[in-house]
Design a protein around this ligand. Structure first.
Ligand code: BGC
Length: 907
């Protein structure tokens, strides 16, 4: 029989789809998204791929990559810029090693692999292009309007108003156009048109950065939009976070500005460049009269500029642009995906209230914008206000938005029907209250456009338990809604920042559900850019709020997310790139945050733990709170061991002894100060304190069991089987309980529906995850309905412990998978899949009516160790293709290569 295997997909850093095994090619939509990346400005990009096969136990033995600047050359295998030759290796992520690539060029490449079942055919050819590799490649200047020239424009303490800037340029193109590429950045945001058509479906570009350090540009292939003869480029500039979102309090950078370079290549090899310069025109008297991320967008139809982005428009009343200062130290190709509309939903209800206003319920707390079609009257403002929650009298509950007005306004210039969505804002909302519309609005008139960074969903998860499933769904909506060029804390109030502590462990769980690698890699760069000379990093990144607290728990994500990228995505670049800066941060902590051998500086405590009174945001009860020195010292101890790994990975073994010495001294000082050898308790015996000490390995030998018993006793007796932890403790709770044999207690915690629990939020109608366990009763000052930090390690637990999809200890990129689900009483089945960087992993188990079955899929070039309890599978499993089957303790332990497997048994 002819054995079939093919390279299923490969991607340039994260993806280009390739030659597919027919049967499964359709299950990888994420590859399409990363196909043909444009404007890469890395000198040594990575090439990667996966294998798919319908035979078992496929292993890659070698690979061969070819790359050329011309498609025909590549097909012929001629004039190759890189030919790796057949390299003996099982790696599926390879760094470019060919001749230096040129700026603004297109390249074509393909790969084939040798396996234990023979050689694959060549993958489908993939295209990508390079961006501006050298500063001299830019001929454009930053342009804009260097004044606040409209009467309504203002910067007050709490709100700012600035109209959008419209910029345009007419130009000619000759015939025989081969390729046209637009390299563009516009701050805060831009929307670009060529001959009246938008150049992309990306929104809110470029990705947010701390602009005075780094600004990103985007690259678009606009060949199809360009025409022979007259053309026009038009760009609208929005404020984003470049222009002050608040008059004070949130750092701003200046007035909006544009940089654009259109490169037209003709078939005869000649080139024409249209660059932003003093010949462009600008006006700020267009229809977008104000736009502010927190407050909303205002559109005045009578100010429309019909045809402004087409050639031949009369712009004689427009101003000549001002040349603006260069806004940044570094101008780089945007390394992560842009925001886009990722889903469209209709409301669950639209009601005309007695007040005459219309109330829209999306049925889901979502993040994005409302596209509304409505009947309006000339000059009558249509005012749309957004909120997550409504009051019992159907008015909006907006107190938790703080100073964010979250209001979009459209003013018709004539009577009639209109369809409108704002361009430069997004909101976190479930409800919209609309004033000023006529007639009978209907559900189909409104579309909730769900916006977040383009990325594929990688994980699916379903069980027999409604609450577990609904928590997953809430998490799914919350996580994606908070992916906005950075993982934000929340999407609705006047904050929306990349708070470091919120994602320390969360990023691992999220990566089972979304392909978030590029987002986190970009965010680590933001974090590094927040670092001060002395090594301290800001608790918020990009540092729009620059907070140098000198604590450990919030910044820990710098190291933890880099580790996640390495372990889950097989991508060590973040570790290597940031090692020096991480080391400087560690040294800062040694010097500035420690006393008597302990990390004593702590800023936030075990943030948002369940408080003693329903209206409280933070507990005041010292018996509930965990000492900051416990939080800081345990976390730092764990991080020092990660730095030891990072030192190895990045070639800095000389640092290892130093980290070890510090870690050992810390452990000693810590136990001396906080451990009670008689009671086996840390500090005030909080669950968080005991759990952190246990999970980070600080407990003196022989005391582990007793410390764990204290965690259990406190949880069962004092908390009646409920959480008592905040953001720090929750990162360890579910795995901690399970690793020590109390998966039943973890299962109780996850299925609870009374306070405090995730299930309680659901009982109270939450469709996302709340910021506070008591989000329904607490004061509004800090009470968002869409934070994800309280998920802690829950999603990791879902995948690793309920489904049994876990990267083995030494494995990177799921090349070896530990499949050891726990089977809590009460749960009948789990169906989970995860599109890992090495391929799709599936684990579906069922245990009902005396029958047990388990279907697993292990991707090609991967292997797995499976654990099946004897209680579920009393007979020895018969597996002709297993590498080995042994009985150890209460389990069958089965070693498997790639493929689909099914285990069935009567219990
Ligand atoms: C944010 C949190 C953040 C915290 C730190 C809050 O305002 O929303 O998510 O971690 O501040 O103190």
């Amino acid at each position: 029989m002819k054995k079939k295997f093919q390279i299923l997909f490969l991607f340039l850093f994260v993806g280009c789809s390739l030659c597919m095994a027919k049967k499964i090619s359709v299950v990888y939509p994420r590859v399409e998204m990363q196909e043909n990346p444009l404007g890469i400005d890395l000198k040594n990009p990575h090439f990667s791929w996966q294998l798919a096969s319908d035979v078992k136990d496929v292993k890659q033995i070698g690979y061969e990559i070819q790359l050329a600047a011309d498609l025909r050359d590549l097909k012929r295998g001629d004039n190759l810029i890189w030919k790796s030759g057949l390299v003996q290796s099982d790696k599926m992520q390879i760094e470019y090693e060919g001749l230096p690539m040129q700026s603004c060029e297109e390249y074509y490449w393909r790969v084939r692999v040798q396996t234990n079942h023979g050689m694959s055919s060549w993958s489908a050819i993939q295209r990508f292009s390079t961006g501006m590799l050298h500063a001299e490649d830019w001929h454009a200047e930053w342009i804009g309007e260097n004044a606040m020239s409209n009467s309504g424009e203002s910067q007050t303490e709490l709100h700012t108003r600035l109209a959008a800037r419209y910029l345009r340029k007419d130009f000619q193109a000759s015939s025989h156009i081969d390729r046209a590429t637009l390299y563009i950045s516009g701050l805060g945001y831009y929307q670009a048109f060529l001959n009246g058509k938008s150049v992309s479906e990306d929104l809110l570009t470029p990705s947010i950065t701390f602009y005075s350090e780094t600004v990103y540009y985007n690259t678009y292939d606009v060949t199809d939009l360009l025409q022979e003869g007259d053309n026009a480029l038009g760009v609208i500039l929005g404020n984003g976070r470049y222009f002050w979102v608040r008059g004070s309090g949130m750092e701003g950078f200046g007035l909006p500005r544009l940089l654009a370079q259109l490169e037209i290549e003709y078939t005869d090899g000649s080139k024409k460049i249209i660059a932003s310069d003093e010949t462009w025109k600008v006006t700020s008297k267009g229809p977008i009269v104000a736009n502010n991320e927190f407050d909303g967008e205002e559109y005045d139809m009578k100010k429309e500029l019909p045809g402004w982005n087409l050639s031949g428009y009369d712009d004689s009343t427009w101003k000549n642009v001002d040349i603006m200062s260069v806004p940044c130290k570094r101008l780089l190709a945007q390394p992560s995906p842009s925001v886009a509309i990722m889903e469209r939903i209709h409301p669950s209800s639209v009601t005309r209230l007695a007040s005459g206003k219309v109330l829209i319920d999306m049925g889901q707390n979502m993040v994005g914008r409302l596209k509304a079609s409505f009947k309006g009257k000339a000059g009558q403002k249509v005012v749309m206000r957004f909120a997550e929650i409504i009051n019992p009298d159907s008015t909006l509950y907006v107190a938790n938005l703080r100073s964010a007005k979250a209001t979009d306004i459209f003013t018709p210039s004539v009577d009639g029907y209109f369809s409108w969505a704002p361009v430069f804002v997004y909101h976190g909302f479930r409800y919209v209250e609309i004033d000023g519309v006529e007639g009978d609005p209907d559900i189909k008139d409104f579309v909730g456009e769900v916006m977040y960074d383009r990325m594929q969903q990688t994980g699916h998860f379903e069980t027999s338990d409604f609450i577990i499933n609904q928590i997953f769904k809430n998490a799914y909506w919350g996580i994606r809604g908070n992916y906005h060029n950075m993982p934000t804390d929340c999407p609705q109030r006047d904050e929306r920042h990349g708070w470091l502590g919120d994602r320390a462990t969360g990023c691992w769980g999220e990566s089972f559900v979304f392909d978030n690698a590029l987002l986190y890699r970009k965010w680590l760069q933001d974090i590094e850019e927040s670092q001060r000379e002395d090594g301290v990093i800001s608790a918020v990144s990009p540092r729009f709020w620059t907070i140098y607290a000198g604590d450990v728990t919030w910044p820990s994500v710098y190291i933890l997310a880099a580790e996640m990228l390495y372990r889950h995505y097989g991508d060590a670049t973040a570790i290597v790139k940031h090692y020096d800066s991480m080391k400087r941060w560690v040294e800062y902590i040694y010097k500035n945050s420690m006393k008597d051998g302990l990390v004593v500086r702590d800023e936030w405590g075990d943030w948002c733990m369940p408080p003693e009174a329903p209206e409280l945001i933070h507990s005041q009860d010292p018996m509930r709170k965990t000492d900051g020195a416990i939080l800081g010292s345990t976390t730092f101890y764990g991080l020092l061991y990660k730095m030891i790994d990072f030192a190895r990975i990045s070639g800095h073994s000389e640092d290892i002894d130093n980290y070890k010495t510090h870690a050992e001294a810390l452990k000693k000082a810590y136990n001396k100060r906080f451990f009670n050898y008689e009671t086996a308790q840390y500090g005030n015996n909080s669950v968080t304190g005991n759990l952190l000490s246990l999970r980070y390995g600080l407990v003196p030998d022989g005391y582990e069991k007793r410390v764990f018993n204290n965690v259990v006793e406190k949880t069962e007796k004092d908390c009646k089987g409920h959480v008592s932890t905040g953001v720090v403790g929750i990162q360890h709770l579910m795995r901690g309980l399970t690793e020590h044999g109390r998966e039943d207690l973890a299962y109780k915690i996850v299925t609870n529906t009374d306070y405090p629990s995730w299930g309680y939020m659901i009982e109270k109608g939450a469709t996302t995850i709340w910021e506070l366990w008591n989000g329904d009763t607490a004061a509004p000052d800090m009470n968002s309905a869409n934070h994800v930090m309280l998920l802690g390690d829950l999603l990791i637990w879902y995948y690793e412990n309920l489904a049994g999809i876990k990267n083995s200890k030494e494995s990177v990129g799921f090349r070896h998978i530990e499949m050891k689900p726990c089977f809590p009483d009460g749960l009948d089945y789990v169906n989970a899949s995860y599109q890992s960087v090495s391929g799709k992993i599936v684990s579906n188990w069922t245990r009902t009516e005396g029958r047990f079955s388990w279907n697993v899929t292990i991707p090609a070039n991967c292997s797995a160790t499976l654990y099946i309890p004897l209680s579920l599978h009393p007979e020895k499993p018969e597996m002709a293709k297993a590498h080995s089957i042994q009985c150890e303790g209460d389990n069958w332990i089965i070693e498997l290569g790639s493929g689909n497997y099914c285990f069935k048994s009567d219990m």
